[in-house]
Structures are given as C-alpha cells and as structure tokens.
Write a protein that binds this ligand. Structure first.
Ligand SMILES: [Fe+2]
Length: 171
C-alpha cells in the first residue's frame, strides 16, 4: 500500500514540484492514510531530542521518503529539512506552525493551522521548509513525505527569541 502510494506520488511530481502538485499528493496521501492497513506503526526513534518520535516507512534511491512521526504535546524546535514536504495527520490533533526566515536573520510565524485526521499541509523546498509542530491534547501521529531522505541531512534549528541558529543531524 505504501509502495503503491509512493509510485503514484512520483508520477504526479514528475511534472514538477509545485504547490499544485504537492496538494495533489496531499489529497492522495490523505485518502491512502484512511485505508485500513495502509501502514503498520513501526518502532519509532526519538526525533528532535524530545518525546517526538519518527520512523521511515519507505525511502527510495531518488530520495522520495515517507515517514511516520508522533508529535508530543510540546512544541518541536523550529527547524528546516532542506526538502519540500507533505504532512498528513492520521491520529490526534497537530498544531502546525510555518515560519519564514526574514532578512534580519530572525524566524517569524507565517501561519498556524490545527490539523485533524485527514488534514494535510504542504511546503516547498528551501527557503520555504521551516516549521514547528506539536500535538494538541495528546500526541499527534502524522505521515510526512519528503523529496529527500531527511534523516541523513543536517538541518537548522532556529531560536525565534535569540536569532541563534544551530546545525545538526536529526537526533
Ligand atoms: Fe519537520
């Protein structure tokens, strides 16, 4: 089921990675995620050094990577992925914040959305790939499709208060 979604997503994105094609992939992911047995929740590793965990469901040689993440009710650090993405909630409620890096080196919230099961957001590649997330009233489980295997790529962690930026591999 995951493999079938991945090849259909690849077909859609072959015409170009735009907000329109990413939204089409988001609709497909939302639909697929509601089918029974779309994926089995594997053991998830800790992400962002907090109680957020994640696991790769499939990662292909061209970089297309589907992950499942569990976001605790505490906000992740503000971070980027060096990749476009499509994130779809499958369980719980996720508060998604999208950030923009301004000319003064500070990140500021561009928009915030509460997502329930079946809801999704998309973002384009750098510099449009900065976000933070948290479960609301409990953990939120979410599928995220990336154009690259982001677990092998360093990301930036931004401190909105101080403007400090730290670069690190996903911990
Ligand atoms: Fe992220």
């Amino acid at each position: 089921m995951v493999a079938e979604f991945m090849s259909r997503a690849r077909e859609i994105l072959a015409t170009g990675v735009t907000e329109a094609t990413l939204n089409e992939v988001g609709r497909l992911l939302s639909q697929a995620s509601r089918e029974a047995g779309f994926f089995t929740e594997p053991e998830m590793r800790s992400l962002h050094g907090g109680s957020t965990t994640s696991s790769i469901l499939q990662s292909d040689t061209d970089g297309l990577t589907l992950m499942v993440g569990r976001f605790a009710p505490e906000e992740t650090p503000v971070h980027n992925h060096h990749s476009w993405g499509v994130a779809c909630v499958v369980e719980g409620k996720d508060r998604y914040r999208h950030w923009r890096l301004d000319g003064d080196g500070r990140v500021r919230v561009l928009y915030e959305k509460d997502l329930g099961p079946g809801d999704f957001v998309v973002w384009l590649g750098p510099p449009h790939d900065i976000h933070s997330q948290q479960g609301v009233g409990g953990a939120a489980v979410e599928l995220v499709l990336f154009g690259k295997n982001v677990m092998k790529i360093e990301r930036e962690y931004y401190n909105p208060e101080t403007g400090e930026v730290r670069t690190a591999l996903p911990a």
